[in-house]
Every structure is written in C-alpha cells, then in structure tokens.
Ligand binder design. Structure first.
Ligand SMILES: Cc1cc2nc3c(=O)[nH]c(=O)nc-3n(C[C@H](O)[C@H](O)[C@H](O)COP(=O)(O)OP(=O)(O)OC[C@H]3O[C@@H](n4cnc5c(N)ncnc54)[C@H](O)[C@@H]3O)c2cc1C
Length: 279
C-alpha cells in the first residue's frame, strides 16, 4: 500500500512528491499528460528561470522526480474509492493507498449543448455513483467516449440494462447501444425527456455526462468533497472534508500560477506527513 498516491504530475503534484519522498514516504504519482502547461507557452515569471517552454518545464519536473526514485506513471485516473484507506483506479490498474493528493489542475471539458445546463438536477447528472440509483430500470443515457465514460457506464449497468451511449459525433467501439450522431439539444417539460440529435430524437429518462477525462470536480462529486461555485475543491490546511484526501494547485483556486502550485505541493506534503504520522 502506498503512503500517498498523487493524481497529477504538474507543478503541484511533482513538488509534493519530491517533499514526501524526502520525508521517507512511499509515494506514487499518476499523470495523464502534461496538464495545463501542455499548451505551448513561454514561461518567463518562474523564479530562477528567465525563459522556458511550458512543456520543457513540466518534463524537467517529472525527470527530477524520477531521478529521485519516485514512480511517475502515465495513466488516466478514472475513480477514487474509500475503504480500507483508498483505492485509485486508472485505465490500467488499481492502487491502494493511505492518502490521496488531488493535483489535477482545472483543465476541463466544456460542452455547449442547448438545454444541458437547464436540466442539471432534473435528469442531467455528472455522477453515476451519486444519482444512478434514481434511474433504476429506467432509460439511461450517458454522454462521453473515453475511459471516464466507460467507468461511469460500469456503475450505471448496475441500475438498468436500457442504456444508450451518446458520443456527440465521435466513433466508439462498444457493445452497448451507441448513438454517434451530433446532439442538437436536450428537451423536456419539468424533467429531461429526450435528446434531439441531427437525424433522430431519443426518449430517455436521464443523461449522465462523462465527457473527456475525470477531473478534480468529478472525483469530488463521487466522494462528497465540498466544492465552491466554481468547482474548486474546498480545503482546510490542504485537506478536504474527507480525512486523508488532500488537494492543491489550480484545483483549489487562488492565484493559479506555477509558483503557487509548486508552493501548494510543498505545503500538501507537510500536511500529509503530519496526517500519516498521527495515524
Ligand atoms: C495558456 C496558459 C499559460 C500559462 N502561463 C503561465 C505562466 O507564464 N506562468 C505561470 O506561473 N503560470 C502560467 N499558467 C498557469 C499554470 O499553468 C498553472 O497555474 C499550473 O500549471 C497549475 O499547476 P497544477 O499542478 O495545479 O495543475 P496542472 O499543471 O494543470 O497539472 C495537472 C496534472 O493533473 C493531471 N490529470 C488531470 N486529470 C487527470 C486524471 N483523471 N488522471 C491522471 N492525471 C490527471 C494532468 O495530466 C497533469 O499532470 C498558464 C496557464 C495557461 C492555461
């Protein structure tokens, strides 16, 4: 069992890992990609570095961690579960740990589909574990294409066998009933009733949105972590309201710069150390 699994290999996650490793803890970092800084941008305001490409800075951080003996994996986290400690599931594996640090940044997929926002809480949901039971034996729609969608789909299958996957125009290879048409709008009276696509209208009772990659707010919804109205995770001394789950960097809001994310990483490591020592 890892002392800590860090989700995110950006400035916050890597900084936390470096400190935790130095404290002597057994730590694993999982990052899906180069995060916010994968956008090709020049960084000219980071202490001690006059000018560097964002991706080069991130690569340097990851290499620095690896050279210290830290395990940094390129995998996509789809789920965090509580039990005896925590389990972090990726598209490849499941990792058990005593603490989790969510350092996923704020990159998120925004969807502009007419009606989607209007039916939030009235048929549109972003959390299968939270709301799936409301639609037991009903006609369930799920929107998405990737690993995150598949993980939500597995949860929904426990509640109904009438499930349609909407891909909004993309092709996916699945055994389920798949609609690959572009979605025009979501319709209904008081509650969602149908998804209107380019060529057909599909009557369903609910639509679970699982587009792109699971991010900090998806994990928060599943676990009951408190968020503010901008979906930043609320922390007290870097710990969320779930003991053992910490968060730092852009996902907790604030100034949202590399230097503050790295600083959060260091602070998170100290708080995780204190938490693990008390246990
Ligand atoms: C265009 C642009 C330019 C910027 N320029 C500057 C600048 O010049 N100077 C500056 O200081 N700041 C700049 N910033 C801000 C800076 O990039 C962020 O504040 C900083 O990267 C936040 O660090 P973080 O560790 O919180 O998150 P990120 O750097 O976003 O890292 C998030 C990590 O989480 C991982 N992740 C997310 N979801 C999952 C998942 N489900 N499974 C596995 N891994 C996951 C990602 O792969 C990534 O490794 C810029 C931001 C943008 C968008």
């Amino acid at each position: 069992m890892f002392d800590s699994v860090i989700i995110g290999s950006g400035p916050c996650g890597i900084s936390a890992a470096i400190y935790l490793k130095r404290f002597g803890f057994n730590v694993l970092v999982i990052g899906k990609d180069y995060g916010t800084l994968s956008i090709n941008t020049l960084i000219e305001n980071y202490y001690g570095i006059e000018s560097i490409n964002g991706i080069d800075l991130i690569k340097k951080g990851i290499n620095q961690a690896k050279n210290l003996g830290i395990n940094v994996l390129t995998e996509e986290v789809v789920k965090i579960e509580m039990g005896n400690g925590f389990t972090v599931s990726t598209n490849k594996n499941v990792y058990a740990c005593k603490t989790v640090l969510i350092a996923t940044g704020m990159k998120r997929t925004t969807l502009k589909i007419e009606g989607l926002k209007d039916f939030e809480g009235r048929g549109v949901s972003y959390c299968a574990v939270c709301d799936g039971f409301l639609y037991r034996k009903k006609r369930i729609g799920i929107l998405g294409t990737g690993e995150y969608m598949k993980s939500e789909l597995e949860v929904l299958k426990r509640f109904s066998n009438d499930i349609t996957v909407f891909t909004n125009g993309e092709d996916v290879d699945l055994d389920e009933n798949v609609v690959c048409e572009k979605i025009i709008k979501i319709e209904g009276e008081n509650h969602l009733e149908s998804v209107v696509c380019e060529n057909n209208t599909y009557d369903i009772d609910c639509l679970f949105v699982a587009v792109g990659v699971a991010n900090g707010s998806s994990f928060a919804r599943h676990l009951g972590i408190l968020m503010d109205d901008k979906e930043h995770l609320i922390v007290d001394n870097y710990m969320t309201n779930i003991p053992g789950i910490f968060a730092g960097g852009d996902i907790i809001g604030g100034i949202k710069q590399i230097i503050t994310a790295a600083s959060d990483g260091c602070s998170c490591a100290y708080k995780i150390k204190d938490y693990l020592k008390e246990k």
